[in-house]
Design a protein around this ligand. Structure first.
Ligand code: IMP
Length: 192
């Protein structure tokens, strides 16, 4: 089976992606290769960050790899937290801190529209390629569900009656930003 390194320490992302490529591609974590340090992520766009993370891992191992970067853009907050979604409530903040800040900034806002965007950078034989996915929805006024990660408990995708954190991994993957971008990546990888 083809092996490819995923440039992340986020076990939720690894699980989500492994679920999607079961039996088709062997996803290798950087932790299993002995890389335990945080990967630098200092770009101003999702694309720059995905590229930076993938290049970092490619330089270390010289093996095909990919990295993703995701941001939550909230209309009423002029697109914030966007590329800064991970550090929205400060360096080293928790998922919970980010959600608390988001809910407080959204207090009283009528327009609850938001959108998750993912950019994946694949490096294959030293060449870079990008795959994108997006998922529209709304920000709730309180938390719903305890599955998933990040902002999942406060995001209800468009056309659905439950938050990402109330959905199974399989159902979330069918419609999520990362699911869409990952399917494009997988389609590309399996065509070869
Ligand atoms: P990154 O792509 O790991 O840098 O993610 C940026 C921020 O968005 C982090 O705070 C993540 O927790 C959050 N995030 C990324 N993907 C998802 C998702 O699928 N659902 C909810 N939050 C997410």
């Amino acid at each position: 089976m083809r092996q490819i390194i995923i440039a992340t320490h986020n076990q939720h992302k690894i699980d989500e992606i492994q679920e999607m490529v079961k039996g088709k591609i062997d996803i290798v974590s950087i932790k299993s290769l002995g890389l335990n340090k945080d990967i630098p992520e200092t770009g101003d766009t999702l694309k720059d960050n995905a590229k930076q993370k993938a290049e970092y891992v490619y330089k270390k191992f010289q093996k095909d790899c990919f990295a993703d970067d995701t941001g939550l853009e909230v209309e009423a907050l002029d697109g914030r937290p966007g590329v800064y979604s991970a550090r929205y409530a400060g360096e080293k903040c928790s998922f919970d801190d980010n959600i608390n800040l988001l809910l407080s900034e959204m207090e009283g806002k009528i327009n609850r529209k938001a959108c998750f965007k993912t950019v994946i950078c694949l490096i294959e034989d030293g060449k870079e390629m990008f795959f994108e996915g997006k998922c529209e929805g709304v920000i709730t006024t309180e938390r719903y569900g305890n599955k998933g990660f990040g902002y999942d408990p406060v995001f209800i995708p468009k056309g659905y009656g439950e938050s990402f954190a109330e959905m199974s991994k399989e159902d979330k993957n069918k419609i999520s930003h990362r699911g869409i971008a990952t399917r494009k990546l997988i389609e590309y990888l399996l065509k070869k």
